[in-house]
Design a protein around this ligand. Structure first.
Ligand SMILES: [Zn+2]
Length: 153
């Protein structure tokens, strides 16, 4: 699976003597832990202004901390069209309580039902949902660094 390829590629590059600043590569055009890169900047980076030079395609994985309103989603469609960003998706992690089983569609630090901090996150991976705790070890570390943009409604 491509999710594990980022770990393998980083290991291979290290082994071959390249400078590798992280243990897991990803397909983002920006630093995932950088909270200064705004969602619209990400559409620009993944638009044809830059992607026209690629032969392998690209996909913007827009990490958000919360779901948007219908109007906000429509505005993002406009932003994608203006920047000719052909392929993009939104990731808003859901929270799963490992104690009571409650599932929230929001990205939380505790269970809103029982208060437990024994929680896991579920995120979309290539069209299906997967627990972050089931990722490869290095991918879990990388996922914890991801910045999920906060949006004002
Ligand atoms: Zn709970």
């Amino acid at each position: 699976m491509a999710e594990n390829l980022g770990v393998k590629n980083a290991k291979w590059d290290k082994r071959d003597g390249y400078k590798v600043s992280r243990d897991c590569y990803n397909s983002y055009f920006y630093i995932v832990e950088d909270s200064d890169t705004q969602p619209i900047d990400k559409f620009i980076l993944h638009g044809t202004k830059f992607t026209k030079y690629l032969d392998g395609g690209s996909a913007l994985h827009l990490n958000l901390s919360e779901h948007l309103s219908k109007k906000q989603y429509r505005n993002l469609l406009d932003v994608a069209m203006i920047n000719k960003c052909p392929y993009w998706t939104i990731n808003v992690p859901s929270t799963v309580c490992n104690d009571c089983g409650y599932i929230s569609k929001n990205y939380l630090d505790h269970c809103p039902k029982c208060g437990s901090k024994n929680i896991d996150f579920v995120t979309r991976v290539i069209g299906y949902l997967k627990r972050v705790s089931k990722f490869a070890t290095e991918r879990i570390k990388e996922a914890k660094k991801r910045c999920f943009a906060k949006c004002n409604k």
